[in-house]
Design a protein around this ligand. Structure first.
Ligand code: NDP
Length: 243
């Protein structure tokens, strides 16, 4: 790898929860780069031409296995993995049931673990791979009502850093991107008052565009970023700096 390395395209890229929101923007970004892009979806969806949709639920190991088999048959072993699928079940600690906690951990954190473990089998054989996890500033700043979600997003940092130490010598990098507020469906249940409060905490004085998150993910998966691993990259207009 030299400073003038050509941009590599045509890689097998898989994004979980790539049928809408930030995941879809990431899929479009890799597609524009000339990569072979697959996304998982659960709900019926209208994907851009050229994106392979595979039905999978990240809480269900067998559906993940089926999805990987389909992607590998169509595009080859996954070289770039973006664990992006995520949910919220916000409520204050005193009202949070154990199921509220474990179901969010299962989808957001164990879901990421499941796909990473499956993908790294192929990456180790290839002796190269890029894992870019979609975390949240909530994981490092904390947010009232998000004990479950914050724990799941903080856990991603531990995964990325342990993978970096386990597999860094095999050409595999694992990084964490923390998007700031992007007004996707995940914000449908959030009141206007809370959105205004969030806006007031952002030095950039605006919310993020999905493409602004996607561009950073695509770059972290590029050869130019080959020496970045175990890093936590906030893409949040400065909202969480210092954390
Ligand atoms: P959306 O609600 O728009 O999209 C969530 C995606 O995750 C959907 O594609 C959904 O699939 C998928 N998903 C959820 N649960 C599962 C599951 N069990 N198995 C498979 N797929 C699942 O949210 P965003 O695009 O905003 O969020 C994407 C990621 O970014 C999440 O991890 C979120 O935590 C994170 N994030 C978002 C921020 C924001 O401001 N929007 C800020 C910080 C982080 P389906 O359509 O089938 O439901």
């Amino acid at each position: 790898m030299t400073a003038t390395a050509e941009r590599r395209t045509g890689r097998s890229v898989l994004i979980t929860g790539g049928n809408r929101g930030i995941g879809l923007a990431i899929a479009k970004s890799f597609l524009a780069n000339g990569d072979k892009v697959a996304v998982t979806y659960r709900s019926e969806t209208d994907l851009p031409e050229g994106v392979l949709g595979v039905k999978a639920d990240v809480t269900d190991q067998s559906s993940i296995e089926e999805a990987f088999k389909t992607v590998e048959a169509a595009h080859g072993p996954v070289e770039v993995l973006v664990p992006n699928a995520g949910i919220t079940k916000d409520t204050l600690l005193m009202r949070m049931s154990e199921d509220d906690f474990t179901s969010v951990l299962d989808a957001n954190l164990t879901g990421a673990f499941r796909v990473i473990q499956r993908a790294t089998k192929g990456m180790m054989k290839l002796r190269k791979g890029r894992i870019v996890m979609i975390s949240s500033p909530s994981g490092v700043r904390g947010v009232p009502g998000q004990v479950n979600y914050s724990a799941s997003k903080a856990g991603m940092i531990g995964i990325a850093r342990s993978i970096t130490r386990e597999l860094g010598g095999r050409g595999i990098t694992a990084n964490v991107v923390m998007p700031g507020v992007v007004l996707t469906d995940i914000f449908n249940h959030v009141s206007e008052d809370i959105k205004t409060k969030y806006l007031g905490e952002i030095p950039a004085a605006r919310f993020a565009e999905p493409s602004e998150i996607a561009n950073v993910v695509r770059w972290l998966a590029s050869d130019e970023a080959a020496y970045i691993s175990g890093a936590v990259i906030p893409v949040d207009g400065g909202a969480s700096m210092g954390h």
